[in-house]
Design a protein around this ligand. Structure first.
Ligand code: TNX
Length: 530
């Protein structure tokens, strides 16, 4: 009885407290209703009320001039939810308000936002359109999962809350190797859609390798005419035309995602050597394993065996021509020169030249960590994958350490068609989650899927999801880490991923079941451009 009385007193006290402020700190876990929503990545600060905002029949989305591009995203989301709305310009003139205000930069940075749902409606504020877009992605996760596959939702309520959210890192990336096995515009757009839901903002395309060349270079037609015809055994061949590349880039930019093209140099280059044999030394007789004459495309798995002939002047002309066109069609500030896994006495000289060519065309160079053995410019960004290189330059770093981020490795020990050279038992969701570093030069994280063993879309989905969500979580979230808490939040995302037609890995870490509903490739924002 005494205990019961005590509980009543405590409960009354908390109820009064909640009534006063309107909000209950989410950590209190007072009742189901006030539990924090399962937003991923976890917002920096959130307060959840015990009150509900009931959507009215008539909704008005009000945006100030700088927020004009963002309003259509919100309207689209309401439309598929069967909530009628109109858009008007102004300041705080609707029950949905989008406010872009540059003076918030001090408080929220380039990508942060505030999302508030109270008795009068919903407001998102940010210094930038990117921040508003991210506020909408958080809101999207508060909407029922059915919005993703266009099933009428009808009536639903929103919990009143306050979120203030700022990302930890500016680089939150995903990489697709389209060179070993080709994945085209449709898949890449879908991937961009999925990345956007989790606030990822960099898509790195590994466009060239021994097995295939995947980007049109108009001054070097044989690169696609010959070099794109190959692929790894049983993989798809093909390439992106410059028009398709630009279309993807435009589609991604609308979702605040920047495309980073990689031309892997001076190794991993056999598909270009087949197209332009004069770029090779000694008529191919030096190459192992592929040395037949005339040259044939390569379908094997070996790495580190092909290279440009670095003593030939025409090699540097080739690199200049290719980089020039890539720079012309690329909107983002970066070009990736690869630079991995090759041994050559002229390697460092080459890297310094390639870096200066990239800068000559107004871009910033990224390279795999080996390039930092050379005295490159200090604007270069190093992408670390095994962490063994001792850099001779102090440069910014993207972490892609293979033990945590190589998603061509198994989701679970023994998974078929996976690599295991970096980590025998695979890279689990938990391995990704617990990645930590004290690298002072870090600008962010990126997880690649290499595709020697990943030859169709279902397999590629399986390698990316759900591990990519853990990358998003740790690249964005500033909150203290707790794997159990993250796992519980992620569990609730299964239905949304199902509705999006993602062939995710049914992870035992999440008790997920296989998605039986594939091939639909849905998404509330599929093909949407404001
Ligand atoms: C290493 S690490 C590679 C790729 C392979 C991958 C297979 C690095 C930059 N390159 O060429 O596809 O391992 O796991």
């Amino acid at each position: 009885m005494k205990r019961f009385l005590f509980q009543i007193v405590i409960f009354t006290f908390l109820a009064i407290l909640a009534g006063c402020s309107g909000y209950i700190p989410v950590t209190s876990g007072i009742s189901q209703k006030t539990a924090a929503p399962s937003i991923i990545p976890k917002p920096m600060e959130q307060k959840v009320s015990n009150k509900i905002y009931v959507l009215p029949k008539k909704n008005v989305i009000c945006f100030n001039p700088k927020a004009s591009n963002v309003a259509p995203w919100l309207q689209k989301m309401l439309k598929v939810s069967n909530v009628r709305s109109e858009i008007i310009g102004g300041n705080n003139c609707g029950n949905w308000n989008l406010i872009a205000d540059a003076s918030l930069k001090k408080e929220l940075g380039e990508e942060g936002y505030i999302l508030e749902i109270n008795t009068t409606g919903i407001t998102i504020k940010s210094a930038t359109q990117a921040g508003l877009f991210y506020g909408i992605q958080s809101l999207r996760q508060l909407f029922p999962a059915e919005i993703e596959n266009d099933l009428a939702v009808g009536k639903f309520d929103l919990t009143q809350l306050y979120i203030k959210d700022i990302p930890k890192y500016s680089w939150r990336g995903s990489m697709v190797d389209v060179a070993r096995s080709f994945f085209g515009l449709d898949y890449l757009k879908r991937h961009v859609d999925r990345m956007a839901l989790y606030k990822l903002n960099r898509l790195h395309l590994h466009l060239t390798d021994d097995q295939g060349w995947r980007i049109e270079i108009k001054s070097k037609p044989a690169l696609t005419g010959i070099g794109s015809k190959g692929a790894v055994i049983n993989g798809n061949s093909g390439y992106l035309s410059q028009e398709e590349y630009k279309e993807l880039q435009h589609y991604a930019a609308a979702r605040n995602i920047i495309i980073i093209p990689e031309i892997d140099l001076p190794g991993h280059i056999y598909s270009a050597l087949v197209a332009y044999p004069e770029l090779n030394c000694e008529d191919f007789t030096n190459l192992n394993p592929q040395f037949v004459m005339p040259p044939e495309l390569y379908t094997g798995y070996k790495v580190g065996w092909s290279k440009l002939c670095l003593t030939k002047p025409e090699v540097y002309e080739f690199v200049d021509d290719v980089i020039k066109e890539i720079a012309q069609i690329t909107d983002g500030p970066w070009i990736h020169i690869g630079g991995d896994e090759i041994d050559d006495p002229l390697y460092k000289t080459f890297v310094v030249k390639a870096d200066s060519i990239i800068r000559k065309y107004g871009k910033t160079t990224i390279g795999w960590e080996e390039v930092t053995k050379a005295p490159v410019s200090n604007s270069l960004i190093s992408q670390r994958w095994n962490g063994k290189t001792k850099p001779v330059v102090d440069v910014k770093v993207i972490q892609s350490i293979c033990t945590s981020f190589y998603f061509d490795h198994a989701n679970i020990t023994g998974q078929e068609n996976t690599n295991n050279w970096c980590k025998k038992d695979g890279v689990s969701l938990e391995d990704v989650y617990w990645f930590s570093t004290n690298d002072k030069n870090i600008i962010g994280l990126e997880a690649p899927v290499w595709t020697e063993l990943v030859i169709d879309e279902a397999m590629l989905d399986n390698r990316f999801w759900p591990r990519t969500i853990a990358v998003a979580e740790i690249a964005w979230s500033q909150s203290d880490k707790n794997f159990t808490e993250f796992r519980n939040r992620l569990k609730t995302h299964q239905q949304r991923l199902k509705n999006m037609g993602i062939n995710y890995f049914p992870s035992p870490e999440l008790n997920w079941t296989k998605n039986g509903d594939l091939g639909k490739n849905q998404n509330v924002f599929k093909e949407f451009l404001p």
